[in-house]
Design a protein around this ligand. Structure first.
Ligand SMILES: [Zn+2]
Length: 185
């Protein structure tokens, strides 16, 4: 078990605790204490996490608003190259001084535990199918090499470049008579 002093997601709220109207801003930077996310894309242990947190003392608790930025790692689902994806999320939560049924989160020992909120927000933002590039063509199924251009057309497909040439060719012929090149069956 991590104690509140060693868990970087536990934020000290002493300055605003039971001081309605007080607010504080905190800038936190720390390495992820462990992995976030179970999918192909995840936040690796040790990845820097940056949190800009605003704490506001309210009558019944402390309103915590945070912007979190970090970087996800993973591999492209098409070409298997490693990818790094910047992740930016926000959350806002009221931590009650005394827990109630409506308020799931509460202040403990002048600290608020933002870990579940950060985890939920970050994990939701992780792509299920990360790509190195939207246009990634993946691997050639025959060679296993990463494709840099679309695979050459199979016999049943007309290569779009040839189709374009064909269109050009027909443009140069007169419009009065259609070229007879097309097969009529
Ligand atoms: Zn890729």
């Amino acid at each position: 078990m991590k104690t509140s002093s060693s868990n970087p997601f536990h934020i000290n709220v002493f300055d605003v605790s039971h001081r309605t109207g007080e607010d504080r801003e905190k800038h936190l930077e720390f390495p992820a204490p462990d992995r976030l996310g179970e999918g192909i894309a995840f936040i690796a242990e040790g990845t820097p996490i940056v949190m800009d947190v605003r704490l506001e003392g309210l009558h019944d608790g402390i309103l915590v608003s945070a912007e979190v930025s970090t970087v996800a790692s993973g591999e492209c689902v098409r070409c298997l190259d490693e990818v790094s994806l910047p992740i930016e999320v926000e959350f806002q939560e009221l931590f009650a001084y005394s827990p109630t049924e409506e308020l799931e989160f509460s202040v403990h020992d002048n600290h608020v535990d933002c870990e579940p909120l950060v985890r939920d927000a970050v994990v939701l933002e992780l792509p299920f199918q990360p790509l190195c590039n939207e246009d990634c063509l993946g691997l050639d199924p025959e060679t296993g090499e990463k494709l840099t251009e679309p695979r050459s057309a199979t016999s049943s497909d007309i290569d779009p470049r040839w189709a374009a040439l064909e269109a050009l060719a027909s443009d140069t012929t007169t419009t009065a008579t259609k070229p007879a090149a097309k097969k009529r069956t």
